[in-house]
Design a binder for this molecule. Structure first.
Ligand code: ATP
Ligand code: MG
Length: 347
């Protein structure tokens, strides 16, 4: 049976869960009662036959589709010999009873699917609530951290001006590390408290070019060949340029950082129907499938100085624009991160 229910010891083995034994006991008691009931009395047979729905529903509710299916099959297997046995004595009841078997299966499967769906919805709601509370608390804390950080940074800078040699190097490390902490705190604040969108007509190619210009020093550090592919007559779209800039900067930076020594990055804009697609494609090492599901998790990072907030923030901003952020990756070939916006275009 599928396990994984949240509260009350879902991690415990099956035989230590009271619901499992309740289901087993209910099926056993009902089967014994059913077989022991006087053969000529249809009342008891009808009663037991219907009571079988209770353990099926209980198992489906507790263990989802797997539980519902296994229990309904078990009940059907226990029920079938009884139908065959009573066929000679109560032919009408027996032929009616045969139809109960598909019903057991349907009830087990439908209740199981519904309970799985409900559980998933509850889990994501709980997760969203936890994240929201955590975000609010941490945003307050992050604010408190920023002031001492500013004081530490300026003191270290003053110190750096008064010392030489190794001491100056240490003071420089303090400044660099404070800058890194500041970046984490600022990105976290962005994530926890998103700013409202300020839409205006924007040509995405121009926005992308300005991002590439900003990242030119990082791009130059490696042997990365950057190519841009834009539509000939590109229409402007109504977006928040400051927030989308943050998205594109992170996607391009991720692409450049992914390339170890040498490679290519292609930045493209494609218009089709009501959608505009901005894709950043790199020839980096790619992301293994088991890691691909994690890249949108806050704080998931494989980089020494990374915060792991770049993609979650980008995803939130794109979603606020009514679009979607898609990442496709083939290990050994490369990765494509695409922002798909369905936005009104102006000439
Ligand atoms: N183009 C890419 N190629 C390979 N891996 C990638 C690519 N883009 C993202 N990733 C993986 O996804 C992880 C999360 O990316 P994200 O942008 O959220 O955070 P980060 O880049 O690690 O940190 P930060 O954005 O704060 O600098 C990265 O650490 C990396 O492992
Ligand atoms: Mg990043």
């Amino acid at each position: 049976m599928a396990t994984g229910y949240p509260a009350g010891g879902a991690d415990r083995p099956l035989w230590k869960q009271p619901e499992f034994w309740t289901t087993v006991a209910a099926v056993a008691v009902l089967s014994v009662g059913h077989y022991a009931a006087p053969t000529h009395d249809p009342f008891w047979h009808d009663l037991f036959r219907r009571l079988y729905y209770l353990p099926i529903i209980l198992a489906a509710f507790r263990y989802g589709l797997g539980g519902g299916l296994v229990t309904s099959i078990l009940v059907s297997l226990l029920f079938l010999p009884h139908v065959l046995m009573t066929r000679a004595m109560l032919p009408r009841q027996a032929s009616e009873a045969v139809f109960e078997i598909p019903l057991y299966l349907v009830v087990g499967v439908v209740t199981g699917i519904l309970s799985d769906r409900q559980r998933k919805a509850n889990e994501s709601l709980r997760r969203a609530e936890r994240l929201k509370t955590l975000g609010e608390m941490a945003a307050g804390m992050a604010h408190e951290v920023k002031n001492p950080l500013a004081a530490i940074r300026s003191s270290a800078q003053i110190l750096a001006g008064h010392v030489t040699g190794k001491d100056a190097e240490f003071a420089g490390i303090v400044v660099a590390e404070v800058d890194r902490l500041n970046k984490v705190v600022n990105e976290f604040l962005d994530y926890a408290r998103p700013a409202p969108l300020r839409r205006e007509p924007v040509r995405l190619s121009a926005l992308l070019d300005s991002c590439l210009k900003l990242l030119a020093p990082v791009i130059r550090e490696k042997d990365v060949n950057v190519k841009t592919v834009y539509p000939e007559a590109e229409a402007a779209v109504s977006v928040d340029p400051a927030q989308l800039r943050q998205v594109f900067l992170n996607l391009i930076l991720n692409a450049v950082q992914a390339i170890e020594n040498q490679g290519s990055v292609e930045v493209s804009v494609t218009e089709s129907g009501h959608e505009t697609r901005v894709a950043v494609k790199d020839s980096g090492p790619g992301i293994p499938p088991d890691k691909l599901t994690r890249v949108f998790e806050p704080f998931y990072t494989t980089k020494p100085g990374g915060t792991g907030l770049g993609l979650p923030i980008a995803q939130r901003i794109v979603a606020e624009h009514g679009g979607r952020l898609e990442i496709e990756s083939t290990p050994g070939v490369g990765t494509t991160a695409a922002v798909v916006l369905s936005v009104r275009r102006s000439a």
